[in-house]
Design a protein around this ligand. Structure first.
Ligand SMILES: [Zn+2]
Ligand SMILES: [Zn+2]
Length: 161
């Protein structure tokens, strides 16, 4: 395999002056700050760059805060599509398999939060973060920010192999 050169963060910053970029221990896009946060220590490897391009994908797609689990899945898929195009422009390739693996984690997450704590039936999200099981009539609420730090880190690690 020919060795491809990874784009540098300064190169990426220059290419997207409409966004700010800042170091953070967690890769994420903040619509409030108009800022892509990245973990500098991860940028020496392809997976770190892919994660950065993914967050940039959210930025380019104009994603704001998600309100429901289903919407989250949709915007994650969109961000990966953008990331894939960006990667191509740098001569890198993000495989569909890698993308699917990431989306699967979100699907698992979605499943976990929507399984009824009482009878385990997959319930309906009636409004943002509120669930209602039509099997046993149980209602519950999930925290809005369940994409916790360790959860997102796990995602990054899953990109690794
Ligand atoms: Zn994302
Ligand atoms: Zn139930």
């Amino acid at each position: 395999m020919p060795k491809t050169t990874l784009p540098s963060i300064s190169e990426i910053k220059k290419q997207f002056p409409q966004f700010s970029f800042a170091e953070n221990e967690i890769f994420h896009w903040s619509p409030q700050d108009n800022c892509v946060y990245y973990d500098e220590a991860e940028l020496y490897r392809k997976e770190g760059i892919f994660q950065l391009l993914h967050e940039l994908g959210h930025a380019l797609a104009g994603h704001t805060n998600y309100t429901s689990g289903i919407q989250l899945l949709k915007i994650e898929a969109e961000a990966w599509k953008q990331a894939k195009d960006l990667a191509t422009s740098y001569g890198l390739k993000i495989s569909n398999k890698q993308i699917e693996r990431c989306l699967d984690s979100y699907r698992d997450w979605l499943y976990l939060r929507s399984a009824c704590p009482n009878c385990e039936t997959v319930a309906l999200e009636t409004e943002a973060n509120h669930y209602h099981c039509f099997n046993c009539m149980q209602k519950w609420k999930v925290p809005a920010d369940q994409r916790t730090r360790h959860y997102r880190l796990k995602l990054v690690n899953q990109l690794t192999n």
